[in-house]
Ligand binder design. Sequence first.
Ligand code: UDP
Ligand code: MG
Length: 316
Amino acid sequence: MDSARLLLVIPCYNEEAILHHTYETLKQYYSDLKSQGLISPDSKICLVNDGSRDRTWEIIEDIARADSSIIGVKLSRNFGHQSAILAGLEHHVEEFDCFITLDADLQDDIHAMTAMIEKHREGAMIVYGVRNDRTSDSWFKRFTAEGFYGLMQKMKVPVVFNHADFRLMDRRILQELGNFREINLFLRGIVPLIGFRSDKVYYKRLERLAGETKYPLSKMLLFAWNGITSFSTFPMRMVLYFGFINFVMAMAIIGYIVVSYLVGMTVPGWTSTLLPLTFFSGFNMMALGLIGEYIGKIYEEVKARPRYIIEKVVHE
Ligand code: UDP
Ligand code: MG
């Protein structure tokens, strides 16, 4: 079997402190992979500058001019991690056989790529890199990150636990990914939806070698919120549940109000104030939830996700 042409896509946002190191490390690793015949000699590395405000782009340009296996892509502004990955991938769909996405700080152990490529050769179309050891993360990062995956699973977002964006995808997967037209593309949730044969590779998460995290808490929360709201109508369903409970409770309270009125245990005005107040607040909440249900349906429709993906057709 011919070895596959691999494209490694790396999003870079203000990574001047680490880029040279990353490049040197990957260059060495790539030449090892090539000499072992695991990847084709025309495999390349694509560095995507996601609107950095430091010298990241100048560095990428220098590297790409000097080394023909490096492709530099510059986005017009900061579009965020997910979009930067997607730009690098989509721009090269037809030129390579398989794709691996990796962070610029090399926190994800690059040596797991060998196992990914082997699994791809054995027929896996997607190979997820999964962190099974986070001892290098601070307890806070570990706690929030694992809370994130737990919450996503509770909300029925189909994420792979402890898998970030370190993954291998066959070209076919990218072609199918192109049919997911939504703007808020949350890759960790979408990729498992594509289907096909997949596999996992486990590795230990390492420390960032230089520079700072580009995902402070505020960005992490926003990311999690985006992930939930672009996959799940669960929060809206909760409003409907609460609304229903509210309505039932309102009915009980109304019973109490009416009985109090009949037995004459009320001051004037009490019944006429409390009765409509209770009724309408219970009713309101339920009506809101009901409207939410319809908005949820609209939201599913506007995303226009493919309803099915055909893997193969066999006849005669
Ligand atoms: N990144 C990006 N655009 C952004 C934020 C981050 O392209 O707006 C890149 C960043 O350069 C890195 C990757 O996304 O390659 C992951 O970021 P980071 O390592 O800071 O996140 P952490 O590992 O701390 O979660
Ligand atoms: Mg990192």
